[in-house]
Design a protein. Structure first.
Length: 243
């Protein structure tokens, strides 16, 4: 994500990291700069975040995903927040005070249940393209609920539902509902709740189900998949004294 000196977004990009984090970081930065109409010489400050943050060449600093998602969400919703980051490898619940300071954060257990990896595993088990699942869940006329708390056991339960003749759409909706329940058991939600991360960006049904289960409105920032990158850019801007 590229921002200008006022904090306005100029460009952004997303690619798969693949096997070479350094090359991926170089490529995605180049794409974001191209969208912004800038050359690399115009970069005033560059911060990296995420699992590959130590592999970003030329970074002036690094920040945790927790700090960056909090900063990115607070940029759009400057008030007391509960931020829910649905990631590929883990989930986080971050609570912020009205001034944006972090009050607490929690991460899921060392288990893929409820994460993007869980969704990928379920798609593979069902022989579905990952991009199909949101549509199927939204169009389903019923929800086939899953009781298992483990990815491996959930996969077995899904196969049992298929053998029992339960509708595919209902099973997929049940998979999303299982993810929501895993997140909601992590911590209680309060104040304005903001959902962020790539899993939320590509699967809007998660927001719908979470709002229903929690009994409250759930907000989304613009470009949820890039919120963490935006937070890193905002922190880089502050560190450079441009705020």
């Amino acid at each position: 994500m590229v921002i200008d000196h006022r904090g306005e977004v100029s460009g952004g990009a997303v690619i798969r990291s693949g096997l070479d984090f350094e090359a991926a970081a170089d490529q995605v930065l180049g794409l974001a700069l191209r969208e912004a109409g800038l050359d690399p010489g115009r970069i005033h400050s560059l911060f990296a975040t995420g699992y590959g943050r130590s592999n970003v060449r030329g970074a002036d600093g690094t920040r945790t995903e927790i700090a960056c998602h909090a900063k990115g969400c607070y940029h759009f919703f400057p008030q007391a927040l509960t931020v829910i980051d649905l990631g590929g490898q883990d989930n986080k619940i971050i609570k912020l005070a009205a001034d944006g300071s972090r009050l607490s954060f929690k991460m899921n257990r060392k288990c893929a249940a409820g994460t993007g990896a869980f969704l990928e595993e379920m798609a593979a088990r069902l022989g579905l393209d990952l991009g199909e699942m949101n549509r199927m869940a939204e169009e389903a006329r019923e929800t086939v609920e899953l009781g298992s708390y483990c990815t491996v056991f959930s996969a077995t339960e899904v196969l049992e539902k298929i053998r029992a003749g339960r509708p595919a759409g209902g099973i997929v909706r049940g998979i999303f509902l299982s993810m929501v329940k895993r997140v909601l058991e992590m911590d209680f939600l309060e104040n304005r709740v903001v959902l962020t991360g790539g899993v939320a960006a590509h699967n809007p049904v998660l927001r719908t189900l979470m709002a229903q289960e929690a009994g409250m409105e759930i907000s989304l920032p613009p470009s949820p998949q890039l919120t963490g990158a935006l937070g890193a850019a905002l922190l880089a801007r502050e560190a450079a004294g441009d705020d």
